[in-house]
Design a protein around this ligand. Structure first.
Ligand code: RB5
Length: 145
């Protein structure tokens, strides 16, 4: 990975975000942290949009967003045409979302998955690559609304 990996959460995802940051740094993965940085209540769309805008600007290619369920983050991030965000609670979907859907944002629910499962999901996501081929045309059609 040449660009840093984006990482962000709201207050509900803060603890898991911090745990993931530690794990990613242990693995030598450069991370750009878009917040939040305190446990004070905040609004997940602010962090999803800030991260998505960095993808649109070409500053990052991929990101991980954490909120209570991962759902709000994914809905907000997917409003950006350059984003294909997925909520995953197990590794298979995370891997397939990269291989078949060329997902570039992984959303996690801190109230849904434990830290160990979250790390497995992140490893599956980051360890997989888009297969292209028959999937390329399908992914290209996602934005033809
Ligand atoms: C915050 O309470 C919660 O609504 C948020 O973290 C997220 O789960 C929304 O989808």
């Amino acid at each position: 990975m040449t660009k840093p990996l984006g990482l962000a959460s709201d207050h509900a995802g803060l603890e898991l975000k911090r745990a993931l940051l530690t794990e990613l740094e242990k693995r030598g993965i450069a991370v750009r942290d878009f917040g939040t940085h305190s446990s004070e209540s905040c609004d997940y769309p602010d962090f999803a949009h800030a991260t998505a805008r960095a993808i649109e600007a070409g500053e990052i290619d991929c990101a991980i967003l954490v909120c209570g369920t991962g759902v709000g983050m994914s809905i907000a991030a997917n409003r950006h045409a350059a984003v294909r965000a997925v909520v995953c609670s197990e590794p298979l979907s995370a891997r397939m979302s990269r291989q078949h859907n060329n997902a570039n944002v992984l959303c996690l629910g801190a109230r849904v998955v434990g830290t160990g499962t979250a790390i497995d999901i992140v490893e599956a996501f980051l360890g997989a690559a888009f297969e292209g081929g028959r999937h390329a045309g399908r992914v290209a059609r996602i934005n033809t609304v």
